[in-house]
Design a protein. Structure first.
Length: 293
């Protein structure tokens, strides 16, 4: 063991699915002593050859190191894996996908057991882990002191973005960004469906579509500024009234192409409701207020 290895923070990792295994290999490659546990022991065995210590139980793994990282299937899995373990004086970093409410409840649960808590939302897929140029990162929320203490270690697998003391904020940022992603995928699906029956190569549409989405993406900054100011008419390029007037063309084109409008119609209906409420001179930002209950 080299001096460099001795100086690096020891890590315990619970969970060796695709993401957990990627995290483990990145910490090992960077020289961090690593103890791992997985409910299915066979998944841990290959990591032993790479230098990982294999714990026989979650409790044994937690006892091995102060920094304990959890990357399991869901919040119920976290509850089950850590049941009966001694978390006193442990730094618990939960990278398991969950809801903001689950993160807040888990933070309270951890504190009641004497642990310090940090929640994380991973904005990457396993192949991006350990590849800095891939651009993956993890949202962190909860104890700022805990984040700063382990920032260097946590930054080994992917970039780090701290989003606040509220333990639920990492999950909230995670779901917010992924929700926008699925909206983009829905729009792309509709676009490809429109040309599906035509003599148009989808690979010729793809670069046009990608460039268009990139060009439109900066509009989120105008939306954010309007939400902050409360003035939804600031910087309007194309008014809501004008855009609503154009929606029949989109719906008719879909009908003519034999394509369902189920991905577009709900948004168009919200636009019309906002228009009917007097928002004709606004941007599309007012739709957000219709979504908030």
């Amino acid at each position: 063991m080299t001096q460099n290895t001795v100086e690096k923070t020891s890590v315990t990792l619970l969970g060796l699915g695709a993401m957990g295994t990627a995290l483990a290999r990145t910490w090992l490659a960077a020289g961090h002593p690593l103890t791992v546990w997985n409910r299915t022991p066979g998944r841990a065995m290959p990591l032993a050859a790479e230098g990982a210590n294999i714990a026989g139980s979650a409790a044994e793994a937690v006892a091995a190191n102060t920094l304990v990282v959890v990357c399991l299937l869901d919040d119920a899995s976290v509850e089950d894996a850590l049941a009966g373990t001694d978390l006193a004086d442990r730094d618990l970093v939960n990278l398991t996908t969950g809801t903001p409410a689950q993160a807040r409840a888990r933070a309270t649960w951890a504190r009641e057991r004497g642990a310090r808590y940090l929640d994380g939302g991973i904005m990457a897929v396993p192949p991006m882990i350990g590849v800095q140029e891939a651009g993956g990162y993890v949202f962190y929320s909860g104890s700022r002191e805990l984040f700063e203490r382990h920032r260097e270690t946590l930054a080994v697998p992917a970039g780090t973005v701290y989003v606040g003391q509220d333990a639920g904020f990492a999950a909230l940022h995670d779901v917010a960004l992924l929700s926008a992603m699925y909206g983009m995928f829905a729009g792309a699906a509709h676009a490809f469906a429109l040309i599906r029956k035509e003599d148009i190569d989808p690979t010729s549409l793809a670069p046009l579509l990608a460039d268009w989405l990139v060009a439109m993406a900066p509009a989120v900054h105008r939306t954010a500024a309007q939400l902050r100011s409360g003035d939804y008419t600031r910087g309007v390029v194309s008014s809501l009234a004008m855009q609503v007037a154009g929606t029949p063309a989109f719906l008719s084109t879909a009908e003519q192409q034999g394509v369902s409008t189920e991905l577009l119609s709900p948004y168009f209906e919200l636009m019309r409701r906002r228009l009917d409420g007097g928002g004709g001179e606004e941007d599309l930002t007012g739709v957000i207020d219709l979504l908030v209950r």
